[in-house]
Design a protein around this ligand. Structure first.
Ligand code: UDP
Length: 328
């Protein structure tokens, strides 16, 4: 299949693009390289363009004539979205609509969207199902939810089919293809704690120890990046064989606390390091855990890396190999 992968030089996008290329698809990455890495797409075709550049997006889609799109390109920093909501709606809603419009123009009918557990906000009950209430706590989550609604309405009015994948906490590395997580700034727990284990930062911070959870720290559902990538391939297959549009949670259905993650990094790395208890980070829900029953039943998805140890170990190995990310 000819597949355009927007944001394909980023963390989850690069792992997915490589997996799809290896299984024989023709891939074109569209990425502005503002956050993505050229090193992560070596050997794949790359169009350097912003999704906000409507004419360029139209030109690239016109020339490549994709049969499917996987749309990762987005701004994804929650705190930044709170400070600058417009930039988030412009990129994640406006930019995404540019892609959608260009695809409709070339009769591309398969759209896989990179969505997020942030669409739920503060859950009333966990595990979260796709039917749980969606009340995003920040512009990032809102912008993703709004574009899901754009997709639903477009699918009703056109022949376009979509799958929206709501990721829980993506983590780990694709060691086989030497792809890992390299964000600047890095805000995510596992790579931040690993940076401390590698001696690049003085101490790990635990944001909030007074949450209503067993050990007082936030609980998240960590899911390995290659398991996420596999779900995109399955979603593509579903739509390609005429399956219906749908929304799917992607998580391990297993909540782990911040303290547990810090301990796991110590165990896997064999290194001890200072840990500081810090105030809560604004906008963090206490617990986010997925029910992924629907993805398992309808996509045939089966995560292969369920243990936190597996996930942390792969991240640790990649960061040890690349202490300065893709620069090393
Ligand atoms: N967190 C932390 N210290 C850090 C980074 C994150 O305690 O240095 C916490 C954060 O407050 C949240 C959890 O770890 O409760 C997961 O955060 P992350 O940014 O990795 O993912 P999010 O759940 O926000 O998407």
């Amino acid at each position: 299949m000819r597949i355009i992968v927007t944001g394909g030089a980023g963390y989850i996008g690069s792992v997915t693009a490589r997996m799809l290329a290896k299984s024989g698809n023709e891939i074109l990455i569209l990425d502005d390289l503002s956050k993505g890495h050229r090193e992560a797409v070596k050997g794949l075709d790359l169009a350097v363009a912003q999704i906000g550049d409507k004419n360029k997006v139209k030109q690239v889609c016109g020339e490549f004539a994709p049969q499917a799109c996987i749309h990762f390109a987005a701004k994804s920093l929650v705190a930044e979205s709170v400070e600058n909501p417009l930039a988030y709606f412009q990129a994640n809603l406006g930019g995404s609509m540019n892609i959608l419009e260009a695809l409709l123009g070339v009769e591309c009918k398969v759209f896989i969207f990179s969505s997020t557990a942030a669409v739920y906000g503060e859950p009333k009950d966990v595990p979260l199902t796709e039917d749980s209430e969606t009340r995003p706590l920040n512009p990032y989550g809102s912008s993703k939810l709004m574009f899901e609604q754009v997709l639903e309405q477009t699918a009703r009015a056109t022949e376009m089919k979509f799958v929206s994948l709501r990721y829980f906490n993506a983590a780990g590395a694709d060691l086989e293809n030497d792809l890992g997580e390299d964000h600047h700034p890095e805000t995510h727990l596992i790579p931040r704690v690993i940076a401390v284990a590698l001696g690049k930062e003085p101490c790990a911070n635990i944001y909030g120890t007074d949450y209503p959870t067993p050990d007082g720290t936030c609980v998240r559902d960590y899911i390995h990046v290659t398991d996420l990538a596999a779900a995109h391939a399955l979603a593509l297959e579903r739509l390609a064989r005429g399956g219906e549009s749908g929304i799917y949670n992607l998580g391990n259905e297993n909540g782990r606390s911040v303290r547990e993650v810090v301990e796991e990094v110590k165990k896997v790395s064999g290194r001890d390091f200072p840990v500081k208890e810090a105030p809560r980070r604004p906008g963090d829900p206490a617990v986010l855990v997925a029910s992924s029953k629907r993805a398992k039943a309808e996509l045939g998805w089966e995560p292969k890396h369920e243990s936190l140890e597996d996930i942390v170990r792969s991240a640790w190995e990649w960061h040890k190999r690349h202490p300065d990310g893709y620069l090393t």
